[in-house]
Ligand binder design. Sequence first.
Ligand code: ASP
Length: 437
Amino acid sequence: MKVCKFGGTSMATARSVTNVKNIVGSDPERKYIIVSAPGKRFSGDTKVTDLLYAAYAEQKERGSCAETLAEIRQRFESLSEELGVEHDWKREFDEIASGIAASTTSDYAASRGEYLSGILTAKALGLEFIDAAEIIKFRADGSFDAHLTDDLVRKRCSHCASGVVIPGFYGRMPDRTIKTFTRGGSDFTGAIIARGVGAEIYENWTDVDGFMVTDPRIVSDPKLIEVLSYEELRELSYMGASVLHPDSVFPVQTDGIPINIRNTFAPEKNGTLILKDVSGYERPLVTGIAGRKGNVNITIKKAMMNSEVGFCRKVLSVIERYGLNVEHVPTGIDTMSVVISDLKTKGVPAEKLLDDIRLMVDPDHIEMTASMALIAVVGHGMANTKGTAAKIFNALYAAGVNVRMIDQGSSELNIIIGVEDDDYDRALKAIYGAFFG
Ligand code: ASP
């Protein structure tokens, strides 16, 4: 049987939910339906999950979130009316208001979008509703409990003769409080259910035709990736391709369950197939090109650095203390650079970090820039193929892009290039043009 996850845009309007109903109804194998919270209905609209995070913040600041909850309730009431679904939304929202007031984290509030979306979809499709809190479990330390979850999914789902709807994004802690995955985590829920029920395929229904070779906001009308490996998916989504949550691979990879990205608004298209083993497929040399801007680069210089045993470890230990992710560490004889992606998002004070590194290793010079874009060129086809790097760097040279950093993974699955943020768009277009133009 198939597990189908529908994203926020598929849940946003009565029309899109009707598409979902038709898609599910057209294949009796589509038995397990995982849903996101309603997303944007039009550009400039707000996702229900974002409204719920705002509601939690208002509750904590002002002691009430009644207005925002009324706005969300209105969304569900009109969806329900248009779809001809009866439900006591007042009772649900009264319960949610007191639940948010009693919460100490935003997780419960954030999860309610998926919860309500699950109830609505189950009624609209005439399927059973299973609350994710019953089957998706976390340990007391907040980590996801795959073992217990697998067990519960298997037991609970073996009783389901016909289809079921399960909300994505959240589960329950041993103390019975609700905990969410990271943003976009309904993709992960879908993968967990796919493994638990031993699905033949995990269909992930979204609002695009699949994975594009590169970012369509920068390169107009890029080619679609028809087949992608789990490893390539990890690389591309980590580097910014946002179609699927990067962790979605983990639950399905041991059993090799294929993931199929499909478009709810164009169900006739085959989408992108993500597989454990892509060796039987005819594919281009480069599978995808992704990247992200605004990385921080710290450069440290010190005479005779190369003979100072433990220098790198000392620098990295300071960065570790701040809980930052190190992306790359290019080194020279007397220089070392560290590329970090999350300094701004984690709110780490840059001057304080530099001072701590100064104290630790007493460098001759240290500087920080926050304008490095990283681009990953990804593809199994590049391994043992001569000329791939030459093609990339010739294209960048011809486009007048200065390369600030190069890193090739030892598996030859990716080549990472660091360029100035201002050169990012040009670089992406040039590399795309070299392989797909
Ligand atoms: N609704 C959640 C979010 O906006 C989770 C999801 O849609 O996957 O991140």
